[in-house]
Ligand binder design. Structure first.
Ligand code: NI
Length: 208
């Protein structure tokens, strides 16, 4: 992540985040976004997409059909993004899941937590550089004000093969348990075949 952060120190790569915000969000969105027409930026975005698609836990959890827009956001002191929702479709991609990949070292800035409003209350999230959170796009969310330093993230949206979060979670659990059994004991061939048969048929039944 250090190499990305170094490239993204250049102020000239950034423009106001309100460019890609709807009318309502324009009031709440106070951040900067990297201009993706710049080759330095598009190289980073390409790398983020590739790394994401190679990540086995992400693939199992998100069941990605398409990765939509990915953007680099920068929040300097005083910037924030008030509680908002994301559009159902962004550039033609249905937003089933959102992700935030933290690029800055958490020690290098204060504030700037991603605040998620979930059915079990709100959660403030700040992860080490190189770690990402993937969450259902139907949650209200905010970025709390940065009070010191610079917060850099890559954010993006994913259309999943399985729209329902509940079904997606069950498929992920089943896949995870099957893999664990397979690694544990390869003499379990017959029951494993049955488990994978169930997993694949559920995936076939539940994908759009
Ligand atoms: Ni958002």
């Amino acid at each position: 992540m250090g190499a990305f952060v170094k490239v993204l120190q250049d102020d000239a790569l950034f423009e106001p985040g309100t460019r890609t915000a709807g009318r309502l969000a324009k009031v709440q969105k106070q951040n900067l976004q990297a201009d993706q027409t710049r080759p330095e930026v598009s190289r980073i975005l390409k790398q983020v997409r590739e790394d994401l698609m190679k990540h086995t836990v992400f693939r199992s959890f998100a069941l990605p059909a398409r990765v939509g827009r990915v953007m680099i956001s920068r929040y300097t002191c005083g910037m924030h993004y008030g509680t908002h929702f994301d559009d159902a479709f962004i550039e033609g991609v249905r937003t089933d899941l959102s992700f935030t990949l933290f690029l800055s070292d958490p020690e290098s800035y204060t504030g700037g937590e991603l605040e998620l409003t979930t059915p079990s209350g709100s959660q403030a999230i700040k992860l080490p550089a190189g770690c990402a959170i993937v969450y259902p796009s139907d949650h209200l969310h905010a970025v709390l004000p940065v009070t010191q330093g610079v917060r850099l993230t890559a954010v993006g949206w994913v259309q999943s093969r399985v729209k329902s979060s509940e079904k997606r979670q069950l498929l992920h659990e089943l896949n995870h348990a099957t893999q664990a059994l397979e690694n544990l004991d390869n003499s379990l061939e017959k029951p494993l075949t049955r488990l994978k048969f169930v997993h694949n048929n559920l995936l076939r039944m539940w994908s759009d």
